[in-house]
Ligand binder design. Structure first.
Ligand SMILES: [Zn+2]
Length: 105
């Protein structure tokens, strides 16, 4: 379990690029939770900007999409592999808005 969590973390970190700080946690319901924090940006109360999404593969995808949008907005010149998938992330966002699975339950 620990090893696969670490492997998931490494995979996400590799894709998120050098500005990201990725952690993979397990929540109270024994579900994986992906957190991707920005090492440069802080939000209003001084904490790091971060995307936090539960779910093994869904969480990975959702957190990575959110991070990809953050990068493209705030750090467009960043050298992150996930930026390659920006069009796919936008497509998914579009489908979620159009297609009816409610966001963020
Ligand atoms: Zn940032």
């Amino acid at each position: 379990m620990t090893a696969s969590r670490a492997a998931r973390g490494r995979r996400a970190a590799a894709q998120a690029g050098p500005l990201a700080k990725v952690t993979v946690d397990v929540d109270a319901a024994d579900q994986l939770v992906y957190k991707i924090a920005c090492t440069e940006c802080t939000v209003r109360d001084g904490r790091a900007w971060s995307a936090y999404r539960p779910g093994a593969d869904n969480g990975f995808m959702a957190a990575m999409d959110r991070w990809t949008f953050h990068l493209s907005e705030k750090h467009p010149g960043s050298d992150a592999p996930c930026l390659e998938f920006l069009p796919a992330a936008q497509q998914r966002l579009h489908e979620r808005r159009e297609g009816g699975t409610p966001e963020g339950s």
